[in-house]
Design a binder for this molecule. Sequence first.
Ligand code: CU
Length: 171
Amino acid sequence: MHTENFRAALVVVIFSLVYGTLRFSSTLQAAHILDRRDRVDLATLHLHGEFVESNLGAARAADGPVTIHMIAEKYVFVPACVTVPAGVPIRLRITSADSAHGFKIAGSEVKTVPGSVTEIHLRFPAADKYEFYCDEFCGPGHHAMMGRIVAVSENQFQPQNSARGAACGQP
Ligand SMILES: [Cu+2]
């Protein structure tokens, strides 16, 4: 009888430990995801703030880092083509104008949802073209939702602050 009670107590203790550990790690994970996202007002996305059209694309801050601002919407990325310098850290800040979308490129992927900014750090090792696409099914045009990052050498890099800037990736 004592043995049965002991076994029952042991099962409860083990269950509690496993459950507690899972709860703790999922809370940490959620906090981590929230940390990496900023809120953005969907209604004024195009009017002011970091996602106005004139601020889309790649820009280099005065102290050096390069940031890409991008909007995902059915069924395009704006801008769909971005030129960046190769071999340096690139910060991508992306948000969605409508539904959940994915952004997948060369071994990295993130999800983006309306009202939040998702941030990811990328680096393109060589001057080359890197295709990206939406990997979150978002509707009938999903399959065509793609774009391109063109990494160029430092001295060829000219930040473009235009969503529909000059032809990108043309020879
Ligand atoms: Cu999609």
